[in-house]
Design a protein around this ligand. Sequence first.
Ligand code: RB5
Length: 148
Amino acid sequence: MTNKPIALACDHAGFPLKEELKKHFDETGVVYIDYGTDSLASVNYPDYAHKLCRAIKGGDHDLGILVCGTGIGMSMAANKHAGIRAAVLSDTFSARMTRMHNDANVLCLGARVVGAGLAADIADLFIHTEYEGGRHAKRVAMIEEIGE
Ligand code: RB5
């Protein structure tokens, strides 16, 4: 479990789910910083993905959660950043595995895909599961090796 606050960000489609997640985190004592957006007004998801990823790369956070309509656009933008490993998740098994094996540091959720209860379970597993390292470390390093 990270001792830094969880970074949260969303676009307009993800805003309602991000607010549900904040309620859940308030109830369960998970500390977070919210990088917006703060309403249903239309915005561009890459702006929020880049803001959150820069905050992680700057050392303010170990883990972040991005929410858009599908989670896909956010993950595409986030995975452009060196050192960011973003996973779009809609099940709890993958939430555990992507922390244990991939050392994923950004969870992307689709507000039009998963309900608030499932999203909270996925987020909890993502936050509380530790990376295993070991045989996975070489493979995770290989993700960063590509210079094309
Ligand atoms: C916004 O309508 C939608 O395109 C966005 O939230 C996201 O799903 C993109 O991947």
